[in-house]
Design a binder for this molecule. Structure first.
Ligand SMILES: *Cc1c(COP(=O)(O)O)cnc(C)c1O
Length: 452
């Protein structure tokens, strides 16, 4: 349908088109913007009648791009693009005693809530919470070593991803990087050679890579020895990143799973003599995005009193969620946190769910196979670690169609097949998976109650 050349068609009214899309739930100003684009596109295509259809497509696309919950079928437990550790957060919608001392009835501090509980959980004198581990590192270096030296092994000048590079963070903090050792071997004596010229001996966990072969590493205990031998006593600071709280995993009935072997933990690192440990809230801790600084009370105080703390402090929502997480570690129920529950579910339980899903999409179910697959911890932790898992496979790349589901289902493509790893799918979302697969495959059935 093209406009008549002699009598050009007037473009449809932007406002009228926007109002006709009100059912989408998007607010009017956003609909006006989309209507304007749709009309522009329709006029450019010389097809004013297509404006409504075009606008509907833009609305669908806009809604799909909104921040929302998704079903993580990737098998990556801490998927950085999918918000890392999943966590349900509820709030009362009230004011809170975030900075109010209910005992004394006067101004209090937001550092006393989750921080104190985490200090107890890792047996530290004190702890303070910031927005992520990157800000924990920047704050600790700024508070302890501005205009002073910080010794780091050449094998630990890490890039975590997203632009977090240890030398750059060091420069931003105002501290001076003092490289010691070599890429593959750094000994206690290398730190000892510079100990009288630095304020901090920094150890950075090689979270996302390994160095193998002819290697030598300096343990935290050896670093503490270097510190104690030096009259200037530099502080031993360990950037753990991943945030495993206790290597013994007392919150898991069967103790630590084999794939966690060798992962350094906050409690044991402090035990070995670190003055401060820094770790993320949303990696192996299984909490919200946060960074935790725990250790000697005087050093934690220096961090909390530094002006950057004011810029890095988290809000009440995060502190409240972290308080719940800390309580669950202290009463040893943290195994029920979504991350730990997903990470430790046995393959048999996943297989039962996979089979229930396939039988629920009966009819088209033969197009879906139950397959063995491998999940990974992700989030830049535990490189090379795989956790045996069970998932569903379809021929070809069906990931775009699965992303169209509501909520979107995120799968991966492996050797020409679309694989949906059930380890990272919340069991309550199995029905969503069934509906998404039925829509793709044109099947017709409802989910039989899966055994769990
Ligand atoms: C992940 C990581 C960081 C950054 O943590 P965020 O919480 O993502 O800011 C810093 N250091 C190490 C060693 C890490 O593994």
């Amino acid at each position: 349908m093209s406009a008549d050349a002699a009598e050009p068609t007037r473009p449809p009214s932007v406002d009228r088109l926007a109002r006709s899309l009100a059912d989408s739930g998007l607010p009017h100003p956003v609909l006006v913007d989309l209507a304007r684009v749709a009309i522009g596109d329709a006029m450019a295509a010389d097809d004013p009648g297509s404006a409504h259809r075009r606008a509907e497509a833009l609305v669908r696309d806009r809604r799909r791009r909104m921040l929302q919950g998704v079903v993580n079928g990737t098998g990556v437990l801490l998927h950085t693009n999918l918000g890392r550790a999943p966590l349900a957060v509820t709030t009362a919608g009230r004011a809170s005693n975030l900075e109010f001392d209910l005992g004394a009835g006067k101004r209090g501090s937001r550092t006393v809530h989750a921080g104190a509980l985490f200090a107890r959980a890792v047996d530290a004198e004190a702890a303070v919470v910031v927005n992520n581990c990157a800000s924990a590192v920047l704050l600790a270096l700024a508070a302890l070593a501005t205009d002073e030296g910080v010794a780091v092994s050449r094998g630990e000048l890490v890039e975590i991803g997203g632009g977090f590079r240890v030398p750059d963070v060091m420069a931003q903090s105002g501290a001076r990087l003092v490289e010691v050792g070599t890429t593959n071997r750094t000994r206690a004596a290398d730190y000892g050679d510079v100990a009288d010229r630095v304020a901090v001996l920094l150890k950075v966990h090689r979270s996302n890579y390994r160095i193998t072969g002819f290697t030598e590493d300096t343990s935290v205990a050896a670093l503490a020895g270097v510190r104690d031998a030096d009259p200037g006593t530099p502080a031993v600071v360990v950037d753990l990143g991943s945030g495993l709280l206790d290597a013994a995993c007392p919150w898991l009935p069967d103790g630590p799973p084999p794939w966690l072997a060798d992962e350094p933990a906050a409690r044991q690192t402090l035990d070995a003599g670190a003055d401060l440990v820094l770790f993320s809230g949303d990696k192996l801790l299984g909490g919200p995005q946060a960074g935790i600084i725990a250790g000697r009370a005087d050093l934690v105080q220096r961090c909390a009193r530094h002006p950057l703390y004011r810029a890095f402090r988290p809000g009440g929502l995060v502190l409240s969620a972290l308080q719940d997480v800390a309580l669950s570690y202290l009463d040893r129920t943290a195994g029920a946190l979504p991350f730990w529950r997903m990470a430790t579910t046995g393959p048999e339980a996943l297989r039962r769910r996979a089979e229930a899903i396939v039988s629920a999409i009966d009819g088209a179910g033969s197009a879906v196979a139950v397959v063995d697959c491998a999940s990974v911890p992700g989030g830049g932790t535990l490189p090379g670690v795989e956790i045996p898992s069970v998932g569903l496979a379809l021929d070809g790349d069906r990931t775009a169609a699965l992303r169209n589901a509501e909520p979107p289902v995120i799968a991966r493509v492996d050797a020409g097949r679309t694989v949906l790893d059930l380890r990272t799918v919340e069991p309550d979302d199995d029905g969503v998976v069934v509906d998404a697969l039925r829509t793709i495959l044109g099947g017709d059935a409802s989910l039989a109650t899966p055994e769990r």
